[in-house]
Design a protein around this ligand. Structure first.
Ligand code: ATP
Ligand code: MG
Length: 243
């Protein structure tokens, strides 16, 4: 019974992925045009006769950034177009969480992420690299949300908690006291390319959901404007066989 429910959920996810691919292509075309225009104008600067060395450096940096953005878009579209091939192995969830926080926190010394780790969790079978990527995205969002608040909140601005919830499932929650999400935006946060940030691409949560659901888990977001946001991930300790 559990198996057939899991299979149904997997197939539903697959169907959703294919239909969102149709919608995705129009958005992708639009998303690709932006970086291309920036690269084109950078090249125009380089072609000027009296271009200065520091201008060359600045423009090279712009081109580099835009190429990275294009690469991210391509990688994301590929992950949507075909089921992700996961690389499964036993992993220590707490070590992985600590690692992800360190990566997301890099250079943002004031963003204190408090870790609340359940040390009774046994190793989980997962794709550590991809799960880590999902957590980096989610913690990164929390840091940005806290930074965008007008007045700092009391207490720990961000908390990452791990917990064993049943003999077969674990949960990871990331709670922040950031700016929160407007109720009308909440249903769209997982949409590819939905962003409210000036420099955002809007694919962090789309990627993260793809990964978590591919590993047989689920991810939910709840939020209150100006109070904060909670992202909750539930994962089976052993992903379904075809994950
Ligand atoms: N912790 C959070 N607090 C407030 N808003 C959030 C939070 N997490 C996500 N959001 C909202 O969801 C949107 C989509 O998030 P997502 O991570 O997919 O994209 P992004 O952060 O805007 O860009 P990217 O991750 O591609 O750089 C964000 O622009 C923001 O509006
Ligand atoms: Mg993000």
């Amino acid at each position: 019974m559990t198996d057939s429910i899991e299979r149904f959920q997997r197939e539903a996810t697959q169907r959703e992925r294919l239909s969102s691919l149709g919608r995705l292509s129009t958005v992708v075309a639009h998303e690709i045009r932006n970086p291309l225009m920036i690269i084109k104008s950078a090249l125009r600067t380089l072609r000027r006769e009296n271009v200065q060395p520091d201008q060359v450096r600045a423009v090279a940096h712009d081109i580099d950034e835009e190429i990275a953005r294009l690469n991210r878009i391509v990688a994301e579209v590929l992950d949507f177009a075909r089921p992700i091939k996961f690389d499964l192995a036993p992993a220590n969830l707490n070590a992985l969480a600590r690692d992800a926080v360190r990566a997301a926190d890099a250079g943002v010394a004031h963003a204190k992420v408090k870790l609340d780790l359940d040390t009774t969790i046994p190793d989980v079978t997962t794709d550590a690299e991809r799960l880590r990527l999902a957590l980096v995205n989610i913690v990164g969002n929390a840091i940005q949300a806290v930074d965008s608040r007008e007045t700092p909140a009391d207490g720990d601005p961000i908390r990452l908690r791990t917990a064993k919830i049943t003999s077969r499932r674990v949960a990871i929650t990331v709670t922040d006291k950031g700016m929160g999400i407007a109720p009308e935006d909440l249903p769209r946060v997982f949409d590819p390319f939905f962003t409210t940030r000036r420099t955002g691409t809007g694919i962090g949560l789309a990627i993260s959901r793809n990964i978590i659901e591919g590993l047989g888990g689920r991810i939910t977001v709840s939020s209150e404007r100006n109070r904060g946001t909670e992202v909750r991930i539930e994962l089976p300790m052993q992903p379904p066989a075809t994950a």
